[in-house]
Structures are given as structure tokens and as C-alpha cells.
Write a protein that binds this ligand. Structure first.
Ligand code: SAM
Length: 323
């Protein structure tokens, strides 16, 4: 049985499938002002359709129906949010990869859940020497069963890809990454997409320290909800929904209740920092999307609640730090 925190991955997947079915994802070339990330999404629809089809038989009736409910009830603002979360992470990763000038690099997706990013990146970059997904054993067991059931999906699963079943609150993550082919001397991209918010403070901080202590160069991208004060109403509502519906809490949300406090968790540890940037997803929407792109997203389901989109997306941030 999945614990409440493990079930959050089905929400993420349901939202992604909803965004795909309504045409938000994959992004289109015209969506952006300058950067083109669309080559990453060449097989996007087929990847997720196949995955969904082969995941279904692995799910209990209850989980399958919850997933269907998430897909059916995902509101336009949420679908745009899923789009922004997905493309902003890829944007940041691609900028970093370009700076590497074809030298080898690795990606570790911590708390990857069912995310299929590995299968977008591996065919695109021959210099991507290793892509590792880390999550609880039960989560990766489901993921690998769905992948193994599809010849299309297994064709993406090369020796450069590994799933590492692991509880991030346990020690020696580094040993297990090295045992799975990670080289600490090669630039490494760490992704925590809606994961740090579910970790206890001590666990999250230990993770940051461990990665800083072991990896010489890298990029860490962390996406999370953020509160702006102790009485932030949006976050209070989100928290009480989570507790009521899921018996789940986000332990550090009110502790790191500003952009500075959030980024300081990394900045205070990485004394060899080259650069860092933190922005809200609303900022990303305003800065990076073209007018044509904004219009495309709004028209897909006739969104007129732009203030609601602004409120919601101001409460999600993307931190990237480079060392
Ligand atoms: N990153 C994926 C995405 O954005 O699509 C999944 C996000 S989901 C909201 C959070 C994920 O973090 C779940 O898959 C959960 O199992 C994983 N997770 C949370 N705590 C974890 C821990 N202590 N060890 C391993 N995985 C963890």
C-alpha cells in the first residue's frame, strides 16, 4: 500500500496527463521568446500514453479511479501550472547543458516518482552518461512494471538509465549512487521537483550537505510551493486541504516562508557557489513566455481567471544553484 506521501506522485502524474490531454504539454516553439526546448518533447505524448496504458493494470481499482478523478478534475489554472513547472525545469537544465560544451554530465532525479524525464534526455544527449531516478521502492516498482510491460518504453531504457529504490531519509545515498554508476567528479544535475517540501527539515538539510560534500560540480533545481508569511492564506488553505484529505503535511513550508529563507538552505551550505537564481512560476510565465504562448495557454480551456493564476503561481518557486 502506498503511504500518503507516495500517493502525491499519482497527483503529479494525473495533472501531467490532464495537461497533455488538453494540449498544454508538450510546449510549442512559439510559446517562448528566445529559447527553444521543443526537441526534448518529440515523443512526449506517446511516452505518457504508453506509460499510462501500461500502468493501469498495475494499479488497484481504488488508485486507478483516484488517478482518473485527478485527470478529470484538473482545472485550467492547474493545467497551466503543470505546464509551467515542467517547462521551467527543462529550460534551466538545457541552459546548463549548453554551457557544458558536449562534455559528460549526469542527472539524478530525487523523488522522481513516475516522471519520465530520463526518456526525453537520454536519446537527445550522447554525453549524458547516467540518468538515475530515486524514489521509494514501492514507487519505483510500479514505475518499472509499467515500463517493462511496454516494448516502446523499454526501448528507451538503456544501460545509462537506472532506478534506485531508496528512502531519502536514510543515510549513504552517495554510496548507492556510486554503486549505480554515478561518478562524483562529473558535473551532475540534481532535480527535486515537489519533493523537498515533503521531507523533514533535518532530512532535507542533510541531503543538501551530503550532495555538497561529495559532488565537485553541478546544478540543483528545486521546485516547491512557498509561503510568504506565517499567515499566508493560500498556503494555509493548501496545508489544511492536505491534512484533511490526505493526512499529510509539508513540514518546512512555514519555516522557510520567504524566497531568501528558501534559497539560504542551499546558499549557506554551498560555499563554492557559482551562481543561483530563484523565481516564482508566475515570474517565469511573465518573463519567458511569448504573447503568442500566453494566448495559446489561455485559449485551450478559455481561462479568464488570470488573477487566480497569478496568486497560485506566485506560490510556487524554482531555485537553481550552480557550483
Ligand atoms: N518529482 C515527481 C514529479 O514532480 O512528478 C514526483 C513528485 S511527488 C509530489 C513527490 C515524490 O517524492 C513522490 O514520488 C514520493 O514518493 C517522493 N518522496 C517523498 N519523500 C521521499 C523519501 N523520503 N524518499 C524517497 N522518495 C520520497
Amino acid at each position: 500500500r502506498f503511504t500518503p506521501v507516495q500517493q502525491t506522485d499519482f497527483d503529479a502524474l494525473g495533472c501531467k496527463l490532464a495537461s497533455i490531454s488538453h494540449g498544454y504539454l508538450p510546449p510549442q516553439i512559439k510559446d517562448f521568446n528566445d529559447t527553444n526546448i521543443t526537441s526534448l518533447y518529440e515523443n512526449y505524448n506517446q511516452l505518457y500514453q504508453e506509460f499510462h496504458a501500461h500502468l493501469k493494470p498495475c494499479l488497484s481499482r481504488r488508485l486507478a479511479s483516484k488517478l482518473n478523478t485527478t485527470i478529470a478534475h484538473s482545472l485550467p489554472v492547474m493545467n497551466i501550472g503543470t505546464y509551467l513547472r515542467t517547462v521551467s525545469i527543462d529550460f534551466t537544465i538545457i541552459q546548463y547543458i549548453h554551457q557544458l560544451n558536449n562534455s559528460p554530465f549526469q542527472i539524478v532525479n530525487l523523488g522522481s516518482g513516475t516522471d519520465l524525464r530520463a526518456f526525453h534526455y537520454l536519446p537527445q544527449y550522447a554525453n549524458l552518461t547516467k540518468f538515475i531516478d530515486v524514489d521509494y521502492p514501492i514507487s519505483l516498482d510500479f514505475k518499472s512494471r509499467a515500463i517493462d510491460g511496454s516494448s516502446y518504453l523499454t526501448s528507451f531504457s538503456t544501460s545509462r538509465y537506472s532506478m534506485v529504490p531508496w528512502d531519502l531519509s536514510k543515510g549513504s545515498l552517495i554510496d548507492i549512487l556510486i554503486a549505480n554508476g554515478i561518478d562524483v567528479a562529473i558535473p551532475t544535475i540534481f532535480i527535486t521537483e515537489c519533493v523537498m517540501c515533503y521531507l523533514e527539515d533535518s532530512v532535507a538539510n542533510q541531503l543538501i550537505q551530503t550532495i555538497k560534500a561529495n559532488f565537485l560540480h553541478g546544478l540543483w533545481i528545486s521546485y516547491d510551493p512557498i509561503a510568504y508569511s506565517e499567515n499566508d492564506r493560500f498556503i494555509a488553505m493548501m496545508n489544511s486541504n492536505l491534512i484533511e484529505l490526505r493526512n499529510l503535511s509539508m513540514p518546512t513550508l512555514l519555516k522557510y516562508n520567504s524566497i531568501d529563507k528558501y534559497s539560504n538552505r542551499w546558499v549557506s551550505v554551498f560555499d563554492n557557489l557559482i551562481a543561483y537564481k530563484i523565481l516564482s512560476l508566475w515570474d517565469f510565465y511573465m518573463e519567458k513566455l511569448s504573447n503568442v504562448g500566453k494566448l495559446r495557454l489561455k485559449n485551450l480551456q478559455f481561462l479568464d481567471e488570470i488573477e487566480e493564476l497569478k496568486l497560485m503561481q506566485s506560490h510556487y518557486i524554482l531555485l537553481s544553484i550552480r557550483w
